[in-house]
Ligand binder design. Structure first.
Ligand code: PGA
Ligand code: ZN
Length: 398
């Protein structure tokens, strides 16, 4: 097992783990990293960042990991926790653990000659249920300075991967066309996840997204609807949600989001409230949970105790899964299994800083995730879409 420093899609340093099985089967996996991180995530890196993570690995890596069988994921992941010794991976870095954990699984799959999704497949999950593509078309918030307060505006495209991906990409292109028509003189930018950035307000942006979805639905006959990740913790302070120009309390936010779902037919709403608002999530799920996935990201941070609390308070009908929020596949899959057993569906997700690896598509298939949230443009996003295409159908030619 070894680590090397590589760069992510934001040009930030991260690590790539290489795991070699006894048979010689090997895998290299890079760690993604977030910008609008939740308070309850494990620490991405030890104090001192990537250089300290590499330095630490030189001490603990060989004694801890060499000789462990790659097909015993639970044991490898337990060894990562033991090497760290803290509760939040603050000593070795949750991102170090994630890269090692996923590379272990991929090496094990290669050793057995099976695809990764089959190795990770959950009990009772068919392996033929394809996720909706949750694809970022327009950016705001912390991922795109100069745009709306809401962080992400998504095309949610359902159906076989080839149709869903074509549909979601068409919405991205349609949003771009409409923005160019609206701002003919403006140099339009793109945010960290490849969505457009333009100086429009929140409701205008949802309107534009919804109209683009309708146009693509009519043209291509694909099932594509609008969705949002508000990442509301980012603009919440002292009891109020602070939009450019006005602020609202929790009641006001509940009213605003409920009306957006109803008026624009949103089918996906992530983090509409700040990360401790279990009860506000519950009230929104009660109001519109039959029409839309209400998804906890910063609320849960993929952490089992947080999802237990969400279940107790009936907060959401969906849980976002980001492996590096907890640091190992074993932890992330325990959360997936609990969520599903308690009536909440998983949606698997990239991070805003990511690397061109495709394993997330396998995780989506293995967990029968309701969504694969991996963006649409940029090599690190397309890598995941293309992997899902490969898993979705045989090649077009013999
Ligand atoms: P992050 O944000 O990867 O920057 O944390 C993505 C999200 O909020 O879903
Ligand atoms: Zn989010």
């Amino acid at each position: 097992m070894s680590l090397r420093l590589i760069y992510d899609s934001r040009g930030a340093a991260t690590v790539e783990a290489t795991v070699v099985a006894e048979s010689g089967a090997r895998s290299s996996v890079g760690a993604p990293s977030g910008a609008s991180t939740g308070t309850h995530e494990v620490r991405a890196w030890p104090e001192g960042g990537v250089p300290t993570a590499l330095e630490a690995f030189r001490r603990w890596g060989t004694p801890t990991l060499v000789g462990l069988p790659v097909d015993d994921q639970a044991r490898v992941d337990a060894a990562l926790h033991a090497a760290d010794g803290s509760r939040d991976f603050s000593q070795i870095g949750g991102n170090t653990a994630t890269a090692l954990s996923v590379a272990t699984a991929e090496a094990a799959a290669r050793e057995r000659g099976i695809p990764l999704w089959e190795l990770l497949q959950r009990p009772g999950v068919p392996g033929t249920a394809f996720p909706a593509i949750v694809g970022n078309c327009l950016n705001g918030g912390r991922h795109a300075i100069g745009g709306p307060d809401i962080q992400e505006f998504h095309a949610v495209a359902r159906g076989p991967p080839a149709d869903a991906i074509r549909g979601a990409l068409a919405v991205h292109a349609e949003v771009g066309r409409r923005l160019k028509a609206q701002f003919p003189k403006l140099a339009l930018g793109r945010g960290d996840e490849g969505g457009w950035v333009a100086p429009i307000d929140n409701v205008e942006a949802v309107e534009l997204l919804a109209a683009s979805c309708t146009a693509v639905r009519d043209q291509l006959k694909v099932d594509v609807t609008p969705g949002l990740d508000l990442a509301a913790t980012e603009f919440y302070r002292d009891g109020r949600y602070r939009y450019h120009g006005h602020t609202v309390d929790t009641e006001g936010q509940l009213d605003f989001v409920t009306k957006l779902v109803e008026r624009f037919g949103l089918t996906y709403v992530e983090d509409p409230f700040e990360e401790e608002a279990f009860d506000a999530f519950h009230r929104l799920t009660e109001a519109v949970g039959r029409k839309a996935l209400i998804v906890g990201d910063d609320l849960y941070t993929t952490s089992l105790p947080r999802v237990l609390e969400g279940d107790r308070r009936h907060s959401t009908n969906a849980v976002l899964i980001k492996v590096n929020q907890v640091g190992t596949l074993t932890d992330a899959l325990a959360t997936v299994d609990f969520a599903r057993a308690h009536g909440m569906v998983p949606v698997v997700s990239h991070r805003s800083g990511d690397v061109p690896d495709g394993w997330l598509a396998h995780l989506a298939l293995a967990t029968a995730a309701s969504g694969l949230k991996c963006g649409l443009l940029g090599g690190e996003r397309v890598a995941k879409l293309n992997e899902l295409l490969r898993l979705g159908a045989p090649p077009e030619t013999p």
